[in-house]
Design a protein around this ligand. Structure first.
Ligand SMILES: Nc1nc2c(c(=O)[nH]1)N[C@H]1C(S)=C(S)[C@@H](COP(=O)(O)OP(=O)(O)OC[C@H]3O[C@@H](n4cnc5c(=O)[nH]c(N)nc54)[C@H](O)[C@@H]3O)O[C@H]1N2
Ligand SMILES: Nc1nc2c(c(=O)[nH]1)N[C@H]1C(S)=C(S)[C@@H](COP(=O)(O)OP(=O)(O)OC[C@H]3O[C@@H](n4cnc5c(=O)[nH]c(N)nc54)[C@H](O)[C@@H]3O)O[C@H]1N2
Ligand code: SF4
Ligand SMILES: [Mo]
Length: 687
């Protein structure tokens, strides 16, 4: 008889706000079985997404990278030579030193993102950057627009707990997100609310799996949420739903706002959003007639040039009705501002030199093509270490990204779990561990618990953790910092003690430390996190820099989006797929089977006008590129909107270039942020 399986606790490391508490079946020292959601965390509460429940497919995938390799042919040729770790690391250190000697230290640009959300493994690369005076990092691919929009009104990144809303809210609005795909626990809690009688509203340009479950779905035109929010406020003020006691006490300029939205009528917003006037009014009345309406603000609707302004406009709604003060009412975008973590040991912020050039993550294409404005007047980027991200799939303006990664004078080291399309361009490929193979700790955005996870199984082959690579390169390059001489666990433990939090072992044993504040503070009854403690209808865009002067001070429709034209009559939404997670899981059989192939969701009347039948191919293009995908007619979106779900590998497309060949690297307002759902395109039947 087989020995009974051991169940060990862990934490999902993926780039998803749920940060689920996991129970992992340990089969033997190298093998896992099923992964389940744990009940020890009341947010996860036993529920996780399907892709992580079958994690064994990914952890034990036959294509896992096992050994360090050097390129053994032209760039991208796929010819590799296996070497030992020290040979590979020597090669990387030599190349970095050579390039820095030739062009200055800013020519080296460590490039990373959130393939793991573990703070030590994810952010340790920053310590190397700061110690070596490499080009600084401006992170814009995900949260730059949504963060600035939220902080402009609320003052910091925190909000009301969704678990409370699930119990008490009478209206839950899922704004600009598709949690059935992207964060299953939001849906789990929203459906619990629905079951006890709460109304569910979804604001999304297409009939997502989430919108299917809603009492009311507002299928806005992409990039027009600011107009919708203003018209809702117009109705709230006009029909007596505004809470003037709350407004006077807790907000900065209610009279000005009321006067301002008087001209932002539902008719005005209807012309911009494409929604019927009656639907806007119906939504406003539903929202306003319940004191404890709750808005879950997602990232999706911020991925437009005007995304920060739209996020800010939406956060104004609970300030007008006073919903913030009621149990179950208010709004949430993320809780990451509540953790008191002191990060300098991890990130080496004590060594940061602000005089160094900062480069924009989302503008990798223009940067590698040596466009002067993207380079900020500094030297070309000629050396990179990439960890936890796959820009050859996920970055906008992919044609430039690929041409740049193929540059002969660029030295590229990619530390990865798989031979991704980015790693394929590398000079040196290093094999990386997965989360069950190393120690790390995690903040959560969707809930309030800080969790520690331990290594549970041995890594396959010679895969090593990010922390090892960073420390070994530091040694070879002469970088000095205490963090380079400690283990990941030691860094975690010391960071926690310095931060006044439970030490690592205590946190691990107790299943996480909850940082939720008492009710009064969660609901901002002691004031918002702005200088004057008020919610700001007048957004202080200046604090973010960039093009802040071009933005409206009060909530409005900021018309800087890539509007449809006669030549490009469609607006493309490049939305997340259910069983991929960004570029991850595009290698697992279960996910590939479910997602099938890149598909364009098109309004049936647009299909008819284009002469395209279901399953036929369409070409979608603009000045940046062209992709070929299969068409699917779908109701529930406006004409002129086309949706392609999933960041498929480039090789899944007929002409070997993916959806981000169409998206733009233009920074959103005020100061950067990728605009993945803000793209005008033409569409034609493929003969
Ligand atoms: N399965 C899966 N899960 C994921 C991911 C994934 O790729 N797949 N990605 C992970 C990452 S990195 C992140 S940041 C989170 C993001 O997760 P969320 O913050 O929940 O946001 P999304 O679900 O990405 O939002 C996508 C939705 O926004 C809608 N949308 C696009 N433009 C607009 C607009 O202008 N207005 C409105 N109202 N809606 C708009 C799209 O139609 C789409 O349905 O999810 C994470 N989880
Ligand atoms: N069209 C379109 N494009 C998008 C988006 C969209 O909605 N539409 N969303 C954007 C958003 S929000 C984001 S956040 C980006 C994310 O895009 P990516 O940063 O590419 O996201 P992931 O797929 O989460 O992680 C990338 C890689 O990290 C690797 N990895 C995981 N853990 C580790 C580790 O411990 N060590 C090392 N060395 N590697 C590891 C994985 O193998 C994976 O290949 O995509 C953006 N691109
Ligand atoms: S829902 Fe998100 S955090 Fe939870 S298991 Fe899935 S990817 Fe991980
Ligand atoms: Mo993201």
């Amino acid at each position: 008889m087989n020995a009974p399986l051991r169940i060990a606790p862990s934490v999902c490391p993926h780039d998803c706000t749920s940060t689920c508490a996991l129970d992992v079946e340990i089969v033997d020292a190298r093998t896992i079985g099923r992964v389940r959601g744990s009940h020890r965390n009341s947010y996860t509460d036993g529920v996780i997404c399907e892709k992580v429940s079958r994690y064994a497919e990914r952890a034990h995938h036959p294509d896992r990278l096992l050994y360090p390799m050097l390129r053994d042919g032209p760039k991208g040729s796929g010819r590799w030579k296996r070497v030992d770790w020290s040979t590979a690391l020597d090669r990387v250190a030599e190349a970095f030193a050579d390039k820095a000697a030739r062009y200055g230290s800013e020519t080296v640009w460590p490039y990373f993102y959130a393939g793991t959300m573990g703070l030590v493994q994810r952010d340790g690369i920053q310590r190397l950057r700061h110690a070596m005076k490499y080009s600084r990092w401006y992170s814009t691919i995900c949260v730059a627009l949504s963060d600035s929009g939220w902080i402009a009104g609320v003052g910091s990144k925190r909000g009301v707990d969704l678990r409370e809303a699930a119990e008490h809210a009478q209206v839950i609005v899922i704004w600009g997100g598709n949690p059935v795909h992207t964060q299953v626990n939001v849906m789990q809690h929203a459906m619990a609310a629905r079951k006890r009688g709460a109304k569910l509203v979804v604001v999304d340009p297409y009939r997502t799996a989430t919108a299917e479950k809603a009492h009311l779905h507002l299928a806005v035109r992409p990039g027009t949420d600011g107009a919708l929010a203003c018209a809702v406020m117009h109705v709230l003020f006009a029909e007596g739903y505004a809470d003037w006691d709350y407004l006077r006490r807790y907000t900065d300029c209610p009279d000005e706002l009321a006067a301002h939205v008087r001209t932002r009528t539902p008719q005005w917003a209807s012309a911009i959003t494409g929604l019927p006037t009656e639907t806007i009014v119906e939504f406003a009345r539903l929202y306003g007639s319940h004191k404890n309406s709750f808005i879950r603000c997602h990232h999706g609707f911020s991925r437009s040039r005007n995304g920060a302004a739209n996020m800010h406009a939406v956060t104004c709604l609970p300030a007008v009705t006073g919903a913030w003060q009621h149990r179950g009412g208010g709004a949430l975008y993320g809780h990451t501002g509540i953790y008191p973590l002191e990060r300098s040991l991890i990130e080496g912020t004590d060594m940061l030199d602000p005089a160094l050039r900062e480069l924009d993550q989302s503008r990798l294409g223009p940067i590698l093509m040596n466009e002067p404005d993207a380079l900020g007047g500094g030297p070309p980027v000629t050396a990179m270490l990439v960890q936890n991200t796959n820009p050859a799939m996920v970055c906008p303006e992919l044609h430039k990204v690929h041409a740049g990664l193929a540059r002969e004078d660029l030295f590229l080291c990619v530390h990865e779990q798989f031979m991704t399309e980015t790693a394929a361009y590398a000079d040196v490929v290093l094999p990386a561990t997965m989360f069950l193979e190393h120690d790390d700790f995690y903040t959560a955005s969707g809930h309030t618990t800080f969790q520690v996870a331990r290594k549970l199984v041995e890594a396959p082959g010679e895969a090593r953790e990010n922390h090892y690579v960073v420390c070994e390169l530091a040694k070879r390059l002469g970088a000095q910092h205490r963090g380079f001489n400690m283990s990941a666990w030691e860094i975690m433990d010391e960071t926690l003690r310095r931060s006044g939090m439970w030490d690592a072992q205590t946190n691990y044993e107790r299943g996480g430390q909850d940082f939720a504040y008492p009710f009064e503070r969660m609901h901002f009854l002691d004031g918002f996190d702005t200088a004057d403690k008020k919610f700001h209808f007048r957004a202080d865009w200046q604090r973010f820099g960039g093009r802040w002067q071009e933005m409206p001070v009060l909530p409005d429709h900021l018309d800087v989006i890539d509007n449809a034209t006669a030549q490009k009559p469609y607006r493309l939404v490049a939305a997340p797929a259910r069983t991929f997670l960004n570029s991850s899981f595009t290698e697992t059989p279960g996910s590939l089977k479910r997602e099938q192939r890149p598909t364009a969701l098109i309004h049936p009347e647009d299909c008819a006008a284009l002469g395209v039948a279901n399953g036929e191919r369409v070409r979608i293009g603009n000045e940046r590129g062209e992709v070929i995908v299969h068409a699917k007619a779908q109701e529930g979106q406006q004409r002129g909107v086309v949706v392609v779900e999933g960041i498929w590998p480039n090789h899944a497309f007929e002409n070997s270039i993916g959806i981000n060949s169409l998206t733009s690297a233009e920074p959103g307002w005020p100061n950067g942020g990728a605009v993945f759902h803000d793209t005008a395109v033409w569409m034609k039947r493929k003969d």
